[in-house]
Design a protein around this ligand. Structure first.
Ligand code: ZN
Length: 89
């Protein structure tokens, strides 16, 4: 447990140093918003893992327990990806 915690701290420190370096070096390329990790996540999240088609994302609102069920469906190969249940506030 203790070793794992220490290891995580080292990783976090390394990642922080890396991102500092990157922001210094890539300051001119920062206009490309598609290269940010957040954008990349959204892209991966909305594309089919099998055929890379754009997924059709549907939100089912369950008013009884105030949860939103997010369901992605690939129109090309028909797989269904179910993601997080969001709690509405
Ligand atoms: Zn697909």
């Amino acid at each position: 447990m203790e070793i794992e915690k220490g290891f995580k701290e080292v990783i976090e420190t390394l990642t922080e140093k890396q991102s500092e370096k990157q922001s210094e070096n890539q300051s001119e390329e920062r206009t490309d918003i598609t290269s940010t990790p957040q954008r990349r996540y959204v892209r991966e999240h909305s594309t089919c893992a099998m055929c890379e088609s754009t997924l059709e994302i549907r939100h089912d609102v369950n008013r009884a327990d105030l949860k939103v069920k997010e369901e992605a469906h690939c129109p090309s190969c028909g797989i269904r990806v179910r993601s997080a249940h969001h709690l509405m506030h």
